[in-house]
Design a protein around this ligand. Structure first.
Ligand SMILES: NC(=O)C1=CN([C@@H]2O[C@H](COP(=O)(O)OP(=O)(O)OC[C@H]3O[C@@H](n4cnc5c(N)ncnc54)[C@H](OP(=O)(O)O)[C@@H]3O)[C@@H](O)[C@H]2O)C=CC1
Ligand SMILES: Nc1nc(=O)c2c([nH]1)NC[C@@H]1CN(c3ccc(C(=O)N[C@@H](CCC(=O)O)C(=O)O)cc3)C=[N+]21
Length: 300
């Protein structure tokens, strides 16, 4: 059996088309243009690439994009002031501070300062709580994107055994909330889990969010299972030439693709969905701020 490849890049493109339609409707029917502010501190080249593609896609769907590129020695107080200013602005519906921030800045303090009504990453304690009890609001982007791919692939997820590997606030924990809400039986594994291979073999759905290149082996996967590989790891690729690198996921892709029913590739899987879901969350926060019901196809 050869797994079906889940094309996250194509799905994200379709999602952006739907988002563009919603933006158009918000403009013509309500006179609203959603705006997303992206803040980056420092010159990390990988972060700059992400921030630029976020800005580009924001404009492509018809939203306003506000980009703040601050020098790496920007003080914490200065960054907090910028967030206060963005919290106040009526034309800004979403605020994203690209992580990681430099060491002299306390990321938790920055996140807590973002108004929950504009927290499109779903990082604030308010929105984490809302997600847990099923209230409307933004939904963590990577888990939301992963859920959309799973629903598209499998239809109803009810009754399925889902094993999530990784328990971070960013990915693993919110993913567990979403799959539980869709009536999966959810197990969250981590570095102290016993017999991870055995546990994985019980899974109809595996979500790998570990941050270790190709750690999840092909023979840990139940034949026919659906595999969502969240990991993005840059590794050396001597086969491409001296000093070259490539991106790989947390799953041993070539072997896993021989047993799984369906699998996301890296790149081209979950990554593009994360950015599209950021835009989806900006629609959600724009609607909620204006007493409109957020579109059901953009949320969980
Ligand atoms: N596609 C996308 O858009 C995104 C991709 N990512 C990628 O996803 C991956 C995970 O990110 P993130 O959640 O932030 O990572 P974290 O480092 O915050 O969390 C990693 C988790 O994996 C667990 N873990 C580590 N080693 C093992 C092991 N040997 N066995 C079992 N579990 C283990 C850790 O367990 P413990 O808690 O016990 O330490 C932890 O819960 C990274 O590769 C990251 O780059 C992240 C965000 C977005
Ligand atoms: N406040 C904040 N929110 C985030 O959501 C956030 C962040 N900070 N900091 C960094 C991580 C990482 N992240 C990715 C988004 C898209 C791809 C993506 O599109 N990847 C492409 C490949 C890109 C390439 O080739 O390098 C793919 O998988 O196909 C990857 C990673 C969002 N993050």
């Amino acid at each position: 059996m050869t797994a079906q490849i889940i094309d996250g890049k194509a799905f994200a493109q379709q999602l952006r088309h739907r988002i563009a339609d919603h933006v158009e409707r918000l403009k013509t029917e309500h006179g609203l243009t959603p705006g997303l502010a992206v803040v980056i501190v420092g010159e990390d080249p990988a972060s700059q690439v992400y921030v630029n593609s976020k800005s580009k896609q924001t404009k492509e769907v018809g939203m306003n994009s506000f980009k703040y590129e601050l020098p790496k020695d920007t003080g914490e107080a200065e960054l907090l002031n910028l967030i206060d200013e963005l919290n106040e602005r009526d034309d800004v519906n979403g605020i994203l501070v690209q992580l990681p921030v430099p060491d002299h800045i306390d990321a938790d303090k920055i996140i807590k300062r973002i108004s929950p009504a504009k927290d499109v990453d779903c990082f604030t304690p308010e929105n984490v709580g809302r997600l847990a009890i099923g209230l409307p609001g933004p939904v963590s982007c990577t888990p939301l994107g992963s859920l959309m791919l799973l629903r598209d692939q499998l239809g109803k997820l009810e009754g399925m055994n889902a094993v999530i590997i990784g328990r971070s606030n960013l990915v693993g924990k919110p993913m567990s909330q979403l799959l539980l809400r869709d009536n999966c039986t959810v197990t969250v594994a981590h570095s102290r889990t016993k017999d991870l291979p055995g546990l994985c073999r019980t899974a109809d759905i595996i979500v790998a969010a570990v941050g270790r290149p190709e750690m999840i082996k092909g023979d840990w996967i139940k034949p026919g299972a659906t595999v969502i590989d969240v990991g993005i790891n840059r590794v050396d690729a001597p086969e491409k030439g001296e000093g070259k690198t490539k991106l790989v996921g947390d799953v041993e892709y070539a072997e896993a693709a021989k047993v799984a029913g369906a699998i996301t590739p890296v790149p081209g899987g979950v990554g593009p969905m994360t950015i599209a879901c950021l835009l989806a969350n900006t629609i959600t926060t724009t609607c909620l701020a204006n007493d409109l019901t957020p579109p059901s196809d953009l949320t969980a």
